[in-house]
Write a protein that binds this ligand. Structure first.
Ligand SMILES: Cc1cc2nc3c(=O)[nH]c(=O)nc-3n(C[C@H](O)[C@H](O)[C@H](O)COP(=O)(O)O)c2cc1C
Length: 133
């Protein structure tokens, strides 16, 4: 039986605002490739200078990725806000995807609250993905 965890972290972007778009595309490109190798799926978004990333995979694969992320100078103040066991993946089709949101009230509120409600984060990310690009 393969154990699956899902986690959400917030971090503060250190990207220059002018470079953000290209840099996020670059992160997603590399992440999609590496995550496919490591059995990780998820979604990443950047709102008001804060990265929110939802990740799902085996607990050990997620722990190793979080270690790598801590050494990545493109962001800082990484905080895991929610983590839990899941039965099935919410984003099975995405090695990594980054919906480019307009201002999203629900997400802003979750970020401010640093909510620990995994379901609320999942629904907010899901809603972003459903938006037309
Ligand atoms: C906001 C953000 C999200 C990232 N997401 C992932 C990810 O989902 N998977 C991944 O392998 N690398 C991700 N990276 C890149 C890693 O930090 C790291 O560069 C990559 O895993 C390669 O590891 P290495 O540089 O230690 O060789 C992300 C980086 C940032 C800044």
């Amino acid at each position: 039986m393969n154990t699956l965890d899902q986690l959400v972290y917030c971090s503060r972007s250190r990207l220059a605002p002018d470079d953000e778009r290209a840099a996020v595309l670059d992160i997603v490109h590399v992440a999609a490739f590496l995550n496919a190798r490591n059995g990780i799926t998820g979604a990443l978004t950047l709102q008001d200078g804060v990265f929110v990333q939802l990740l799902e995979g085996s607990p050990s694969a997620l722990d190793i990725l979080m270690l790598h992320l801590h050494f990545d100078e493109r962001h800082e103040d990484i905080e895991i806000v929610a983590r839990g066991r899941i039965e099935r993946r919410a984003f099975p089709a995405w090695g990594m995807t980054a919906p480019t949101p307009g201002p999203c009230g629900v997400l802003s509120r979750l970020i401010v609250e640093r909510s620990d409600d995994l379901t609320a984060w999942r629904e907010a990310m899901d809603a972003l993905l459903a938006e037309p690009a």
